[in-house]
Write a protein that binds this ligand. Structure first.
Ligand SMILES: NC(=O)c1ccc[n+]([C@@H]2O[C@H](COP(=O)([O-])OP(=O)(O)OC[C@H]3O[C@@H](n4cnc5c(N)ncnc54)[C@H](O)[C@@H]3O)[C@@H](O)[C@H]2O)c1
Ligand SMILES: O=C(O)C[C@H](O)C(=O)O
Ligand SMILES: [Mn+2]
Length: 541
């Protein structure tokens, strides 16, 4: 029988001052709380006022995490009330310094499962212990190798699993009792962590190769055994592993890689939104991917598949793509081409000055892109010269500098609007304030996978989809249309975060419907809307 101590210390059970007199009596809580019984609205007012008193991001985050650790329902109630303001604090960009400082500021494990490659026999017990008897339907797992654009943060990366799951609940109403953040600690190559006496992860170099893949496989298999049908979301794996792991499982079980697929979906949505504004055709676009890594290639593939959906011939479609990475424009004979880049590399003979195409400005001059997306982790790479050159050859340049966090952005929204005299259609990965320019207020869309993975997840879980297919990803990308009025001056290319709950719900229905149409759902699921509505968790007592 749970006693007062256990109840008040369990964030899923605790209601704090909102326990009614009857509950206090029946649960043995008499005298363990101030006598006044509060509503969740009153509690939320108190929490928000305290939140506002905290002067800056990390302190605001620490305060919110205390509420998260104490009372999950109240936490989500407050977050949903102030979603646009709080999302950047519980998630990107404030999550970045919270990851860097994770070991120093550690207070509570936040319900995560910590799996170590040095103790592979503990995987099952660790997952079971962390779940504590809860029926887990969704896991976000990271190995911490490619956290946002800030690199290898080892075990500290667990915070991204926790943060991504917060967005699932706040945006799409995924029941917080049914989720599990997981960290795969396979070591770290980050010297700062290795030399940090307070670092909480394994202090050795990353294990790679067969032993690494075996460990990932062990985690996937045991997770599916302990939590049948669990949907696994992979986050911030390194460039060499992300797509490889995704492709290994995606034909067998419901898995998702956020950096590859989530980023692809949100960027396709953004481009479709931009074309609604410019009234141009998708198949006329020339795409330049700057930073052809995990996210960059996920985006290129999503755009490429859309070209095929539009009826374009595969060989013809490939000609619309140019990849630029550290080496410059990527050619078939460029050294260090990754397996993901290979299908999209160009032939040197296409250009008279191929040997000069080693920097972004030269490439833009040579290929005249109409869409340029930055996933390069290179701050300021979209210089005035690059942007003006692009804008000289296209009326409405579509430019998405989406490297995160803020310090890594390829260009600010304000600069892009100014350098193109208001013609650029812009989205950024982190939130950007509206830009005032020559009497027009330009609203900047946030091309962050957080806008789409919650709705996708709700659609997958509600329909009990057995796989996550390209058709479902495409349905997700197309579902965000029709929310923004494209004819309004300064309209954003993506719907605003303030509406994330309503468009996530809409997206979930589209995804579940696609799963139903592809015969991938559990028996008896025929009504996508009813299924997603039934699944939705609401923060109330
Ligand atoms: N907005 C979003 O939703 C979203 C989603 C995923 C990733 N991202 C961001 O995209 C960035 C990349 O993430 P990733 O997971 O693809 O990392 P990654 O390491 O897999 O890829 C980065 C690529 O950029 C290349 N690069 C590095 N320096 C370069 C330079 N000077 N010029 C050209 N290319 C260069 C690297 O060689 C690599 O191929 C990160 O900042 C991340 O935060 C944003
Ligand atoms: O975490 C984010 O803000 C988006 C993305 O998954 C990233 O890795 O940058
Ligand atoms: Mn990520």
């Amino acid at each position: 029988m749970a006693n007062a101590y256990n109840i008040l210390n369990d964030p899923f059970l605790n209601k704090g001052t909102a326990f009614t007199e009857r509950e206090r009596e029946s649960l043995g809580l008499i005298g363990t709380l101030p006598n006044k019984v509060q509503t969740i609205q009153e509690q939320a007012k108190r929490v928000y006022e305290q939140y506002e008193l905290r002067p800056e991001g990390m302190q605001k985050r620490k305060f919110l995490m205390e509420i998260f650790n104490t009372n999950r329902t109240l936490f989500y109630y407050v977050v949903e009330q102030h979603i646009e303001e709080l999302l950047p604090v519980i998630y990107d960009p404030v999550i970045a310094p919270a990851i860097e400082k994770y070991s120093e500021i550690f207070m509570k494990p936040q319900g995560a499962a910590f799996l170590s490659i040095d103790n592979p026999n503990d995987v099952k017990a660790s997952l079971e212990n962390a779940a504590g008897g809860r029926k887990i339907k969704l896991i976000v797992v990271t190995d911490g190798e490619g956290i946002l654009g800030i690199g290898d943060w080892g075990e500290n990366g667990v915070n991204i699993s926790v943060g991504k799951l917060m967005v699932y609940t706040a945006a799409a109403g995924i029941d917080p009792r049914e989720v599990l953040p997981v960290s795969l600690d396979v070591g770290t190559n980050n010297e700062t962590l290795i030399n940090d006496p307070l670092y909480l992860g394994e202090k050795h170099a990353r294990v790679t190769g067969e032993r690494y893949y075996d460990f990932v496989d062990k985690f996937v298999n045991i997770a599916r055994e302990v939590f049948p049908d669990v949907y696994i979301h992979f986050e911030d794996f390194g460039r060499d592993n992300a797509t490889k792991i995704l492709n290994k499982y995606r034909k067998e079980i419901p898995v998702f890689n956020d950096d590859v697929q989530g980023t692809g979906i949100v960027c396709l949505s953004g481009v479709l939104g931009a074309l609604n504004i410019s009234k141009e055709k998708f198949t006329d676009q020339i795409f330049l991917t700057f930073g052809a890594g995990t996210a960059g290639m996920g985006i290129a593939n999503m755009m490429y598949r859309e070209m095929l959906v539009e009826g374009m011939d595969p060989e013809e479609a490939k000609k619309h793509f140019y990849l630029v990475d550290k080496q410059g424009l990527l050619f078939s004979d460029t050294a260090g081409i990754t397996p993901e880049q290979k299908p999209f590399v160009r032939d040197r003979s296409e250009f008279k000055n191929a040997d000069e195409l080693t920097n972004l400005e030269a490439v833009v001059k040579a290929v005249h892109p109409t869409v340029m997306i930055g996933t390069s982790t290179t701050p300021g790479a979209f210089t005035e010269a690059v942007v003006k050159e692009m804008a000289a050859h296209t009326e409405r340049p579509i430019i998405f500098p989406i490297s995160n966090p803020t310090k890594l952005i390829e260009a600010s929204a304000a600069n892009l609007i100014e350098w193109t005299d208001g013609r650029a259609l812009v989205a950024t990965g982190v939130p950007s304030a509206p830009v005032e320019y020559k009497g027009v207020t330009y609203h900047i869309g946030q091309a962050n996978n957080a806008l789409i993975y919650p709705g996708l997840g709700l659609g997958v879980l509600a329909s009990e989809a057995k796989l996550v297919t390209d058709g479902m990803l495409s349905a997700a990308a197309h579902s965000l249309g029709g929310i923004v009025d494209p004819n309004e001056k300064g309209a954003p290319v993506l719907p605003p975060v303030s509406k994330i709950q309503s468009f996530s719900a809409k997206e979930a229905v589209s995804v579940a419907q696609a799963a139903i149409d592809e015969n991938l759902v559990a028996k008896g699921i025929t009504d996508a809307k009813a299924a997603t509505e039934k699944m939705k968790w609401i923060p109330k007592y």
